[in-house]
Structure formats: structure tokens, C-alpha cells
Design a protein around this ligand. Structure first.
Ligand code: SF4
Length: 477
């Protein structure tokens, strides 16, 4: 176990995540000791101690916490890199949105050369990732410029049911076999919340709809019809640029359900294999075959879906770069419109997170192969984010062909427009025009308000009125 002691809370986040990134399979704990003699101490039984002392921080006023933090990060990075003989592709950037900085620089008129030099020299990011961040920010900006930032908003609708629960999943979705008796009440509660939201936002412009979860297509075709009809009735579509439904699990899709989606004007769907290796699908509890992925995909194309995304994960247990190569070959034969490549993130809430560390393959190589395959399919990167505890500190990247990018995915990352979210565990993000007192951090100001719905399905059904009331308190603004 590696232990960290910091003299201020402000240093902990980056220090913890950096140590974890260099030693992904070690348990890491951290604590704050205000009276500690060093700014940071990192120690364990088998790794020589690292100390960042006050004397090591050069030319900084003691009250300049931001600069002290920056110098601590650089010193620690070099010390860990020296010990492990490794570098991190994203350098000292430990946040989950490495393109956000690129976007602000782009908006300020910084040139690509200035930006990449800054990322590489000051933030120790690799040349390749600095270029990637700039490229993604450019494409994000192009897509966001099409939105109405003043009056527009996006709607998220969560369906927390799945055919079975995958071993790496930390979402609060439930296997349908366990929750089937709640589906009717859940859809009723959801309709009530959608109704209230549509009333509150009747003067706003709906730019994108995203139905996710869980697996929305776990619902029967009749329930899907009921839900989509409700959305049609309640929301104006004059400004709608995109309507996505995650048809994630191939074992949840049939011709009838796809017809329902098509009839209601869904423009984009996701059919997510995660891997095209049967041995892996079996290990991670997907309970469907590779053949079912092919069938669902062909069916969707036959019904006329011309924007299909596929998600894959690099680093699934037992997979090698060779398996990834084979998965990509099979995906290329289908030629989806976009491909989202995730790096495996092991969350404590998942079944995998409770088990003893799975052996992970060469994720760096796998993501390189995926980037290359995406390029060969005529796609370019359009959104990028990292998850906490992503194996090897790699990123998730969305690649898409021209005009096939998922705008909602960018909105989630960039937080420039409000996303109103309905359903169990759904998280609303309100982007306000002015700063207000942060309800989650008294005494601090913010222009981004988060409203989280309760996660448990039964609690959501019972407390939906409370969820509506919380939205009412903020949405009048
Ligand atoms: S299908 Fe998706 S949401 Fe459902 S359990 Fe698997 S990973 Fe989680």
C-alpha cells in the first residue's frame, strides 16, 4: 500500500491521482496533516520515500497556492517518472476533461503552436496528446457553434434497466429479471417528471435528446412506444438537432423496437459490442453472442438508421492487442458512423472493482490500434474525456465520420449548455448566466448547478415529486 500525507487538502486530488496513475495496481491512501513538515510525503514499504519540501518550491509567495500546487505536481511527476522509468501521456493533467483547457485557449485565439508548446513544456503532456486535444477542441467548437447557447438546452432520459449487469459496470442499472415488476411504475414516474420539465421549459429550445441508461431498449416495444409518444407530445422539436437512443445491448434489440425508434424520429443509435471476442463477452457477463451484434447492426441498417455508433473498451480482462486488432477488423467490416473507444475504468461499485485486480493488456497499444482503425474508416476524433481510475490513466475518445458526431456527448463534457435529466440517477447540469451561491459548497460562487436524482429505482418511483420540486426551484431561473 502506498500512503500519501499532504499539508493541505488542496494538494490531495492531483497527488493521489498521479501516484495511482504511476502505480495502477497498488492500493493508495491519502490524508491531510496540517502540521506536516513537508508539503507532500509519499511512502510505502517497497518504494523509496518521496518528499516535496518548502525549500524545493522556488520563487513563489507562500499565499500563491495555485503556483505551489503546480510546482508540487511537476516535482512529484519527475520523481515518480524517475522511479518507474515511465511517463504519463497526459503529463500532470489529472482532471477528467483534458480538452476543456484546449477549448478555452482556442476561444482566446491562441495558435496551435503556442498551445501545444504550453501543453508539452508546462503540463508535460506528450506531443501526440497535445495535438489530439487541440484537434478535438477544434471539432467540438465547430459543432457547438451550431447550438443556441442562450435559449437552447438538452434533455436526458434515463432507463435504468439492462438484460444483465456487466462486470465492469458501476451505473445504478438493474437486471430486468430482478426489476421487471417496477417497469410500469418507473415509466409512469418518468412521464410525470418529463411533463413537469416540459412545462417549466416551454419557452426554451430543445437542441438534443439523449435516452440512455442502462439500456433503454430493454423496455418492451409497447413501453418504448408509450415513452417516445409522451416525449413527442410534450416537447417542441423545431430546434432539435439530434435524437439519440442507446440501443446498447444487442440482446435487447429486435426489428419491432427499432421500428418504434425510427417512427418517432430517432436520428442516432448506439449498438455497443464492447468487444467482438466471444470469450470476453462471456467473462464480462454480457450474455449475448458476437453473431447477435452483427444481426442487430444489419437490422438497424435495413430499417434505415444512417447514424450508428459502436462502443468498445480497451483493456477488458484477458484481452491482448491481438484481440483488439481482431475486434477492430470485425467492426470495420460493419462500417459504423462513429466509434467510441473507452479505456477500462475499474470502479469500486462494479463487480470487477470488488474482485482482485484483473490482468490488463497493453491498453496504450490497443487505443493506438483503435485510433488507426477509426482513421481508416474515415472518422476523426470529436470528443475526449478521462474517467477516474481509468486503467493506465488513458482516455476515452469518440471518433465520427463527417456530420455523424454525437453533439450531446460534447455538451456533457464542455458544460456550455444546460442538460435537464430525468429518471433514476439522472444528473441535471444547469448552466446559469450569472454566478450564484453554490448550494453544494456554501460560501463559494458557481454558474454550474448540479441536481442529482436519487439512484435507486424504487426510491425514484416513490420520490419523483421531490425530484420535480427540486427542478422547479431552479428552472424558473
Ligand atoms: S449494458 Fe451498459 S449500463 Fe447495462 S450493465 Fe452493461 S455496461 Fe452497465
Amino acid at each position: 500500500m502506498i500512503q500519501i500525507i499532504c499539508s493541505r487538502e488542496a494538494y490531495v486530488y492531483n497527488v493521489y491521482h498521479m501516484v495511482k496513475a504511476f502505480y495502477p495496481s497498488k492500493e493508495v491512501t491519502s490524508r491531510v496533516e496540517e502540521k506536516a513538515s513537508n508539503y507532500v510525503t509519499v511512502f510505502s514499504e517497497d518504494i523509496p520515500e518521496i518528499k516535496i519540501t518548502e525549500e524545493m518550491i522556488k520563487g513563489v509567495d507562500k499565499s500563491d497556492i495555485k503556483e505551489i500546487k503546480y510546482q508540487i505536481d511537476c516535482l512529484l511527476y519527475h520523481a515518480l517518472s524517475e522511479r518507474t522509468k515511465r511517463k504519463l501521456a497526459w503529463g500532470i493533467l489529472m482532471g477528467v476533461r483534458p480538452t476543456k483547457l484546449a477549448m478555452s485557449e482556442l476561444e482566446r485565439g491562441t495558435s496551435e503552436e503556442e498551445f501545444t508548446a504550453w501543453y508539452e513544456e508546462k503540463l508535460l503532456v506528450s506531443h501526440e496528446k497535445a495535438k489530439l486535444a487541440w484537434r478535438v477542441a477544434g471539432r467540438e467548437k465547430e459543432l457547438l457553434d451550431r447550438l443556441d447557447m442562450d435559449r437552447g438546452y438538452s434533455l436526458y432520459v434515463g432507463i435504468p434497466f439492462c438484460p444483465s449487469v456487466c462486470s465492469y459496470c458501476s451505473f445504478s442499472s438493474g437486471a430486468l429479471s430482478e426489476w421487471k415488476y417496477y417497469v410500469e411504475d418507473y415509466v409512469e414516474a418518468l412521464k410525470r417528471e418529463l411533463n413537469a420539465v416540459s412545462e417549466l421549459l416551454r419557452h426554451k429550445i430543445l437542441n438534443t435528446i439523449y435516452i440512455g441508461g442502462g439500456t433503454p431498449t430493454t423496455l418492451s416495444s409497447a413501453r418504448l412506444e408509450e415513452l417516445l409518444t409522451c416525449i413527442d407530445t410534450l416537447f417542441q422539436r423545431d430546434g432539435l438537432l439530434e435524437y439519440t437512443v442507446e440501443a446498447g445491448r444487442p440482446d435487447s434489440i429486435g426489428g419491432e423496437k427499432l421500428e418504434v425508434l425510427k417512427r418517432h424520429g430517432v436520428t442516432r443509435i448506439s449498438i455497443n459490442p464492447q468487444s467482438m471476442q466471444q470469450k470476453t463477452l462471456d467473462v464480462i457477463g454480457r450474455r449475448h453472442t458476437v453473431e447477435e451484434i452483427y444481426e442487430a447492426y444489419r437490422l438497424a441498417r435495413d430499417i434505415g438508421f444512417d447514424n450508428i455508433n459502436m462502443d468498445i473498451i480497451a483493456g477488458l480482462p484477458g484481452e491482448t492487442a491481438f484481440d483488439m486488432e481482431d475486434t477492430l477488423k470485425k467492426i470495420k467490416s460493419l462500417s459504423p458512423d462513429s466509434l467510441t473507444v473507452h479505456s477500462l475504468a475499474i470502479k469500486r461499485a462494479s463487480r470487477m472493482g470488488q474482485e482482485k485486480g484483473p490482468v490488463l493488456g497493453d491498453i496504450g497499444r490497443m487505443t493506438e490500434l483503435a485510433a488507426h482503425a477509426a482513421e481508416e474508416m474515415g472518422m476523426s476524433p470529436y470528443y475526449l474525456y478521462r474517467q477516474k481510475n481509468a486503467a493506465g490513466n488513458f482516455e476515452n475518445v469518440g471518433y465520427a465520420k463527417v456530420d455523424k458526431a454525437g453533439i450531446y456527448n460534447i455538451l456533457i463534457m464542455e458544460e456550455k449548455q444546460s442538460i435537464i435529466a430525468c429518471g433514476a440517477g439522472a444528473s441535471t447540469k444547469l448552466v446559469l448566466k450569472e454566478q450564484v451561491e453554490n448550494p453544494a459548497n456554501k460560501g463559494k460562487k458557481t454558474s454550474l448547478i448540479r441536481l442529482e436524482n436519487v439512484k435507486a429505482i424504487d426510491a425514484y418511483i416513490g420520490r419523483v415529486n421531490e425530484m420535480i420540486k427540486r427542478k422547479e426551484e431552479w428552472l424558473w431561473r
